[in-house]
Ligand binder design. Structure first.
Ligand SMILES: O=C(CO)COP(=O)(O)O
Length: 238
C-alpha cells in the first residue's frame, strides 16, 4: 500500500492537476494506492478518482459527528464526500497542535464508526532514539491510541527524525520496529520518512514493510508513481 500525504501543500488547481496525474499513472496499479489531501480538495478529488482504484484520504478529523466545534471536520463529513482513509496522530499534529493519545484514540474510534480506515502514525524523536526509548515510546503510543479498539487500523511507523530530513531509517531499524508493532497488532505496517523514488526499491526489500506513507515525494506525480512501481517490483505484487 502506497499512501500520499500531501500535508498543507498546493492550491486548488495544482491539487487537482497532481491528483488527476496520479490517477492516470496509477489507475492500474496492483498495490493499493491512496492520496490524503487537504479537506477542501476532497470532494473534487473524489470525482477525479471515480472508476479507479485510487483511494481518497484525509489527514485529520474531529471525533464528534456534529456540533459547536468551529473549524473542525468530522468522520461523518469525510464519509459524505467519499473519503475511505484518514491519517490520525501524525507527529506534526502531535507536536504542533498538542494532539494527545486520548484524542487520537477517540478520532480512530470515530473513523471506524463511519467505516473510514484509520492510518495511525507512531514514531520516536531523535533524542528518544538516542536514549534507547524507541520501543517504550512506540508501545506507549500503540497501547493508548488503540485502547478498546479491535477493528482494523493501519499503522505507519514514522521516526520523527526521518520526516522531511532526507535521513531515512536504516533497514535494521525499520525491520525491528515493524516487527515490534506487528507483535502488538497484526496489521499492515507502512514506513514513512524521506521515502523517495531512489530509496523505495531498497526499502521495499524489508520483508515486514507493507508499504509507504510518502510526504514530499508524493507532491510530484511521476516520483510518486516511481515509488509505487519500485515497491510493486520488489514485492512481486502483480
Ligand atoms: O510525514 C511524512 C508522511 O506522513 C513523511 O514526510 P516526508 O516523506 O516528506 O519525509
Amino acid at each position: 500500500m502506497i499512501v500520499a500525504n500531501w500535508k498543507m501543500h498546493f492550491d486548488y488547481k495544482k491539487a487537482l492537476e497532481v491528483g488527476c496525474a496520479i490517477k492516470s499513472k496509477l489507475s492500474d496499479a496492483k498495490a493499493e494506492i491512496a492520496v490524503c489531501a487537504p479537506f477542501v480538495y476532497l470532494k473534487d478529488l473524489s470525482e477525479c478518482f471515480k472508476n479507479s482504484n485510487i483511494k481518497l484520504g484525509a489527514q485529520n478529523l474531529y471525533f464528534e459527528d456534529e456540533g459547536a466545534y468551529t473549524g473542525e471536520v468530522s468522520a461523518m463529513m469525510l464519509k459524505s464526500v467519499g473519503c475511505q482513509i484518514v491519517i490520525v496522530g501524525h507527529s506534526e499534529r502531535r507536536q504542533l497542535f498538542g494532539e494527545d493519545d486520548n484524542m487520537i484514540n477517540k478520532k480512530i474510534k470515530s473513523a471506524i464508526k463511519h467505516n473510514i480506515t484509520p492510518i495511525l502514525c507512531v514514531g520516536e524523536s531523535l533524542s528518544q532514539r538516542q536514549n534507547n526509548e524507541t520501543f517504550t515510546i512506540i508501545e506507549n503510543q500503540l497501547a493508548k491510541d488503540l485502547l478498546d479498539i479491535k477493528e482494523t487500523v493501519i499503522i505507519a511507523y514514522e521516526p520523527i527524525w526521518a520526516i522531511g530530513s532526507g535521513k531515512v531509517a536504516n533497514s535494521e531499524q525499520i525491520f525491528e520496529v515493524h516487527e515490534f508493532i506487528k507483535k502488538f497488532i497484526d496489521t499492515k505496517v507502512l514506513y514513512g520518512g524521506s521515502v523517495n523514488a531512489q530509496n523505495a526499491g531498497e526499502l521495499s526489500k524489508i520483508q515486514n514493510v507493507d508499504g509507504f506513507l510518502v510526504g514530499g515525494a508524493s507532491l510530484d506525480a511521476q516520483k510518486f508513481y516511481e515509488i509505487a512501481l519500485n515497491f510493486e517490483k520488489e514485492k512481486g505484487v502483480s
